[in-house]
Design a protein around this ligand. Sequence first.
Ligand SMILES: [Zn+2]
Length: 377
Amino acid sequence: MAKLRTARLADVIGVLNQLFPPGLAEDWDNVGLQVGDPKAEISKILVCLDAEEVALEEAQRSGAQLLISHHPLIFRALKRLSPTDMTGKVLFRAIKADIAVVSAHTNLDRAADGLNDWLALRLGLKDSRPLEQPECGEFYKLVIYVPCGHENEVMEAVFAAGAGQIGAYDRCSFRARGIGSFRGDDGTQPFIGTAGEFEETEEVRLETIVPKRELAKVVARMLKAHPYEEVAYDLIPLANQLTTVGLGRVGELAEPLLLQEFAEQVKTCLQVSSLRLVGDLHHRVSRVAVCGGTGMSTYFDAVRSGADCLVTGDVKFHEAQRARADGIAIIDAGHFATERLMVEGLSQRLKSVFAERQFAIEVLEMEAEKDPFVTVS
Ligand SMILES: [Zn+2]
């Protein structure tokens, strides 16, 4: 048997970034490293929904050096670090116990083979696809002309800012050599050649893809890394759509069920004793949309997809009223129950990748997490 490799925290973060690209996360999110030394050795990981004190206790008890949570431990910029607030308490304890915390949140929600695929599978949906379809113009081609020898520096900068992701592949680019020409006026300070004189120089044409939400960051980093005073680059809107990633999923039940039967199935699959729903219990359900957690932001996508029912959590009163008027059923199975299955899903994916890469890392699933809500009937 091949010898297993020692892994560092940076290796684990690298695996997570590859499986669930941080570029898929919302702008307001804070995914990735929350606390910890990237050089620290990791041999045991505990996967949980929330990095709360109870999770840290379990990590400490089991000897795990890393906690991977769905909800980020740090959401807002911290102005002080004190154990007197909820986040500070956990951070303090994590640092003292030498336990790192890494989070995979809205990137895990959107990724292929991520949380919403696991939720769709758990509920028995077939042929599921992302509910959130990017509009045309959601992606841009970035073409940059760089003097030979500087192309790697520029490429690294744009990749780090979120360019180059196509499905499960990152760092996607194309490059070709050619001759660039320019003449700066007398006030310029050209990187190559002399002001006022016509120059021809060997350049590399770099091409990569950029999601709209990362555009400003990618262009700013590219300009910073580029050696030219005046950078020649093109931003071309694309009609491409990435169909394997996006919020929510919509798929078909193996056979149509009455809403009441489907609700019972959801209860069993998500292990909840009760749920709230909107809709006629005798209506047939065959196409189902799902979105784990607070998922009513996908409501209009669910309606557009022709779904008979949307399964999610955190549904508000006026949202329920609208669904009733629109004639689409809503099952609110709770934030916790629609996301908690990420503990098992993420653990399994990590185990198989670590085995493939021969990393000596054990992955444990947090057992003691509980929904803060209890039902009294
Ligand atoms: Zn959540």
